[in-house]
Design a protein around this ligand. Sequence first.
Ligand code: HAM
Length: 422
Amino acid sequence: MKYKIPRGTQDILPSESKKWQYIEQKAHDLCRRYNYKEIRTPVFEQTELFARGVGDTTDIVQKEMYTFEDRGGRSLTLRPEGTASTVRAFVENKMHGWADQPVKLYYIGPMFRYERPQSGRMRQFVQLGVEAMGSDDPAVDAEVIGLAMDFYQELGLNNLKLVINSLGDVESRNNHRNALIDHFKPRISEFCGDCQTRLEKNPLRILDCKVDKDHELMKTAPSILDYLNNESKEYFNQVKKYLTDMNIAYEVDSRLVRGLDYYNNTAFEIMIDGEGFGAITTLTGGGRYNGLVEEIGGPATPGIGFALSLERLLMALETQGIELPVDQGLDAYIVTMGEAAKNAAPKLLHQLRKEGLKVDADYMKKKVKGQMKAADRQQADYVLILGEDELAESSVMMKTMKTGEQELVPLNEIKDKIFIAD
Ligand code: HAM
């Protein structure tokens, strides 16, 4: 029987995994500078958490969850996103009582959605997410957006577009909601079944419908920006002012509603312009979720965050021809001549690795020529030739691959020679 990888998933092979490591390291480093601390939550949670947290009118909850019953009869779901889990952990660990507020957290981990796979849309994908809970200062919104933009810029991505919107507070949203119902109701029979259900449950979702996106009523739908009350308007203005102060260019798009239910006030996406990216142009999505902590059983606590997938980021880097400075070759490769030298190799390898060098040797009984070829293929900076003569002198013949120069070096001086040459 032949086994195949499940649809919408991928194996990350060594030539790719080193890029992943590089990007993950960048993310850890950036979050450290912004003073966000890492949180790791389980990959599965009670199904109810996502139904409540993400919202049961969303595509994610209605169509995309990997839900299963465990042997104890509990309904569990592979996490489709990280915000609900992070908020659950915030509530369960009483983080609202921590001395330092807002609590600033980030995560990097796999998420699962049963979607129709296409380039940039996977069934298992890795999100870097950031969540700041406990403050409703618009400066936190700007900080979170700034972090996301910095991440892409530090990796060298170009042609990014930051799109922002305000979904308003509860009062503004309710007024807008009523206007949307009045707008769509008379002709709702022309819309898809999902939109017909959305009309009463969550009319904002209609604006995000992929089936009816070209319907003329979509273009004339009332804009949330016309329904913001003074407080929401002022909040949005502050966020925009901070972004301008930080020299971060943005576009306001009143149609940006996002695919999850928990947002209010600030919503944003970072898109990438340009060819070679297919239909998927959104790299990052995020926004404010001031009601979510309470919804999940905690005290009323404001929050804001974003998530981006590393898969889409890597695609973007590739389409822009950006090479990451990943660690390539070996520091040294040990080439042995004869039985006694081969037997001495494990000890020398062990010593050099302990000293911090990246070294390897042959385990396939290759002849000297084959070993030299392997050293070349693996881009070793040095070849350490070990034969009977060298063994007798506790030394190796050290060949610098770039110049072809050779010199006899005592075993205990190899490390220094290589590090100094670096
Ligand atoms: P989201 O818009 O559902 O938001 O996803 C955020 C990002 O995850 C997307 O912009 C995209 O980069 C990536 N993504 C989503 N689905 C897939 C997929 N099937 N394949 C590859 N990448 C994908 C959230 O998940 C929210 N939790 C974001 C958030 C955090 N809001 C506040 N805090």
